[in-house]
Design a protein around this ligand. Structure first.
Ligand SMILES: [Fe+2]
Length: 366
């Protein structure tokens, strides 16, 4: 809502000066001013309208500024409206009389523009926040809505991360893997130029990539050795199980989780599973999470392997550019490797998993 300022002065020159000063008041996008050169005309307007502040000259023919203040203060809606009196006199008795008659502030000519603007802003802020209850309610409603949305988003995030963690708890992957994959996926999405909503969604949906592991029997998921072809076939179904569980949700976030679960083991050259999709046929979310998941898996200690060196990891990812991975995803990941490593450091596993837990096994699933 734009504030309305009433200007009352018999001098056109003074009115022009005031109007110029009203332009560019800090924090006020737009000001509507109404101008009067005589007190009785201003009073007529005030009986039907309500400004947010009145700036009144003292020395005017006919009704002077103090007489105007006395009359306008009698109007019920004008009891809380700030009034500023402007005069060329510094007479302390006149100043006292103006304050007693209803002025809230007093400005002496020649008016200092900076001082005048600060005084006006203070009075207008007070008026808009306290006297205008509608504006205050609107602001409060906006603040409450923002706070509620942030709280709900934080709760969603916790629920998704905790549920997703259940899917990997049995095979000793750490909870921090979820956080790293989520952050790296968001980083890649952002660097690919995706909008903020997409980036926020992939951050929340990426941890669901292995949620289908809940349907894989312990004897396969936890097998301490190489899987037989039949067992490997069952292990691969964690992609379709995750997709089946999430795909029919009314939530677009869970449906994105379904796409990620389904496609995070597809390969750019069509050699992945479960559908053998090629290139852009693989959902973008799956191509992004494939890079984030594999990068983190290679850099991390797992029960069946040591962490690779950064040099070996980057070499491997480069070799798989255009084969396993979408070239664009690899390129932005490599260009932002410092930020990726910062995420790895921030969510390091070493507080959760010691090297003594490492078992010398060979497995190829993330
Ligand atoms: Fe997986």
């Amino acid at each position: 809502m734009n504030p309305i300022i009433l200007l009352l002065d018999d001098s056109k020159e003074n009115l022009d000066v005031m109007q110029r000063m009203l332009k560019g008041l800090p924090g006020m996008e737009s000001i509507n001013s109404v101008i009067f050169s005589a007190g009785h005309e201003a009073l007529v307007w005030c009986r039907e309208n309500e400004p947010d502040i009145c700036i009144v000259d003292y020395n005017m023919p006919g009704m002077n500024g103090i007489e105007f203040l006395v009359e306008v203060r009698k109007l019920p809606r004008f009891k809380g409206i700030p009034m500023v009196m402007v005069t060329g006199s510094s007479d302390s008795e006149l100043r006292q009389l103006a304050l007693v008659s209803g002025a809230n502030d007093f400005v002496t000519r020649p008016v200092n523009p900076d001082d005048f603007k600060v005084r006006l802003c203070n009075l207008l802020t007070l008026r808009m926040s306290l006297v205008n209850p509608l504006g205050r309610v609107e602001r409060l409603a906006h603040d409450v809505e923002l706070l509620s949305r942030q709280t709900i988003e934080r709760e969603h995030e916790q629920i998704i991360f905790k549920l997703s963690q259940l899917s990997t708890a049995r095979d000793e992957e750490t909870g921090n893997h979820m956080h790293r994959v989520a952050h790296i996926a968001r980083l890649i999405a952002k660097q690919l130029g995706q909008d903020e909503q997409f980036c926020d969604m992939i951050y929340l949906a990426a941890p669901m990539h292995d949620i289908g592991k809940v349907g894989i029997p312990d004897k396969i998921l936890l097998k301490p050795g190489k899987l037989s072809p039949e067992e490997w076939g069952i292990m691969k179904t964690h992609t379709t199980i995750g997709h089946e569980v999430l795909k029919d949700s009314s939530s677009s976030l869970l449906r994105m989780g379904a796409d990620i679960a389904h496609s995070h083991h597809e390969k750019y050259n069509g050699q992945g599973y479960p559908r053998g999709l090629v290139g852009a046929k693989i959902p973008l979310v799956g191509r992004i999470v494939a890079v984030a998941d594999e990068l983190d898996a290679l850099l991390s200690v797992r029960p069946y392997k040591q962490a690779w060196t950064l040099k070996d990891v980057l070499e491997q990812m480069r070799q798989e550019r255009g084969r396993h991975f979408d070239p664009d995803c690899i390129d932005v990941m490599l260009r932002n490797i410092d930020a990726v490593l910062e995420i790895q450091k921030r969510f390091s596993d070493f507080s959760e998993m010691s090297l003594s837990n490492v078992r010398p096994l060979q497995r190829g699933i993330g």
